[in-house]
Design a binder for this molecule. Structure first.
Ligand code: TRP
Length: 463
């Protein structure tokens, strides 16, 4: 039974742009470069690539195939294959709410900086305030963080409201190539600054000493694997939902390879844009979240035509963030449209409102609510991130491996992949990995990033 109401991607290119748009986001531009620099440069990249091949590709292919097979939202898809599996999709919808509520707050910060750089070009931007002071004053405020968050969320809703082909696909097809061009421009600017080479050295210098002890190997591996999960939008039904909008003739095996390759490429390029500039100005590369808003602001402030490049950079980050947030929002919308038979327009408004309410405490988590520490002493923003990234996503992926590898048998999925008529060369590999290797590695993330810190926290008396 073909559902005529359901959206569908208009072209293979459009789908790839949308999926890469989902994958490329704040995780790539902000998390990857400094984690790579800190985690041993090439050593980190090497581990990351191993995880892309052993976990990323497998989960990606599994999600795309489940979605295309069932042609439903995350909950409906799992349910239609197995009545007992609907909850896996439910975990994903829940995760989408949690991730969106903090992702859009961060997106709001990016938007604020993009607009302020326009002001800066005309002499009315940051008003000469130093990077750190400006940033702290902004994020600890009350009205501004909420307003920018609302604006970013509103833009995401606007795109999703227009549907799969006329919204998500259309904007991804413009924003992703534009992002790529802007990234190249910034890289050229960045690597031609005097002293830029040090930045490239920081990122790429092979430092295999991270493998010298078992503990540090495990720690770096855990970081790399969790980073890969978040960066590829896996484990919560985003890729599944996009897969459900694909026609039977799409070559899923190829897509599951191209998406991670482009995602990783852009993460590395982001490092080449950011790190040389950071080093050229003698700033600290491991500043974490502050890197983008404090360090880079300083970099642009002291660079010729810096306001223009700053603006370009933050527009680029905004494009990356918004094409990710629409994929999260679509997980929620697809659920209410497919499984609850509601209208896209109503659903998008309601989901937007719900995310807005959930996001207000996150927007205030750096200021007014900074004393609220729900999980292990972390503020609200970090707690939400922890729940989504280290608990719900690995759990979702683990359940997927269980159902596909053990309960249904990999054939359910491999038949779907093969049904498009392209040779499925990696069929044997997929069937083996999803049963044995992938779930073990995912369980490792769940253990090292979630269970072990909680156990340690309580063993230490809540310190
Ligand atoms: N992958 C995006 C990033 O790197 C974020 C993202 C989009 C995401 N959709 C997701 C993360 C689904 C987890 C799950 O920033």
């Amino acid at each position: 039974m073909e559902n005529k109401q359901r959206g569908q991607f208009g072209s293979s290119f459009g789908f790839i742009m949308a999926a890469v748009g989902s994958a490329v986001g704040l995780g790539n531009l902000w998390g990857f470069p400094y984690k790579m620099g800190k985690g041993g440069g090439f050593a980190f990249l090497f581990l990351y690539l191993i995880f892309v091949v052993t976990v990323g590709f497998i989960i990606m292919l599994g999600e795309l195939a489940i979605g295309r097979k069932a042609k439903m939202d995350a909950v409906g898809s799992y349910k239609s294959i197995d009545k007992k599996a609907g909850f896996v999709g439910g975990l994903g919808v829940f995760a989408a709410f949690v991730i969106l509520s903090f992702y859009c707050v961060l997106g709001g910060w990016v938007l604020k900086y993009a607009i302020t750089f326009i002001g800066e070009m005309f002499g009315a931007g940051f008003g000469g305030v130093a990077g750190a002071d400006y940033f702290v004053a902004f994020i600890t405020g009350t009205t501004e963080p909420i307003l920018w968050f609302a604006l970013f969320l509103g833009i995401s809703c606007f795109i999703v409201l227009a549907g799969v082909e006329k919204g998500i696909e259309k904007y991804s097809k413009i924003m992703m190539p534009a992002l790529f061009v802007m990234l190249i421009v910034i890289i050229i600017r960045s690597v031609t600054l005097p002293g830029a080479v040090e930045g490239l050295k920081f990122m790429f210098k092979p430092d295999f000493s991270v493998f010298s002890s078992f503990e540090s190997t495990v720690a770096v591996a855990g970081t790399a694997l969790a980073q890969m999960f978040f960066s590829l939008s896996l484990g919560m039904g985003a890729m599944l939902t996009y897969g459900s909008y694909l026609g039977k003739d799409e070559n899923l095996q190829k897509s599951a390879l191209i998406i991670p390759i482009l995602d990783t490429l852009i993460a590395i390029l982001a490092g080449c844009a950011i790190m040389p500039a950071v080093f050229a100005f003698g700033l600290d590369p491991s500043a974490g979240p502050g890197l983008m808003f404090i360090t880079l602001k300083e970099v642009f402030a002291s660079m010729p035509m810096g306001s223009f490049f700053g603006f370009l950079f933050f527009v680029l980050v905004f494009f990356a963030a918004v094409t990710s947030s629409i994929s999260l929002l679509e997980v929620i919308c697809a659920y209410f449209i497919d499984s609850k038979k509601m209208k896209r327009k109503n659903v998008t408004m309601m989901a937007g409102l719900a995310v807005f309410i959930l996001g207000i405490p996150v927007a205030l988590s750096q200021g007014m609510l900074s004393g609220v520490r729900p999980i292990m002493g972390m503020d609200i923003l970090d707690s939400f991130d922890f729940i989504a990234e280290y608990t719900l996503m690995p759990l979702g992926a683990l359940f997927m491996c269980y159902f596909v590898g053990w309960k249904w048998g990999a054939k359910t999925i491999t038949d779907e992949v093969a049904s498009s008529g392209y040779p499925f060369k990696l069929k044997g590999y997929f069937s083996f990995m999803i049963k044995w290797v992938t779930p073990l590695l995912v369980a490792f993330v769940l253990y090292s990033a979630c269970i072990s810190p909680i156990v340690k926290y309580f063993a230490g008396g809540g310190q």
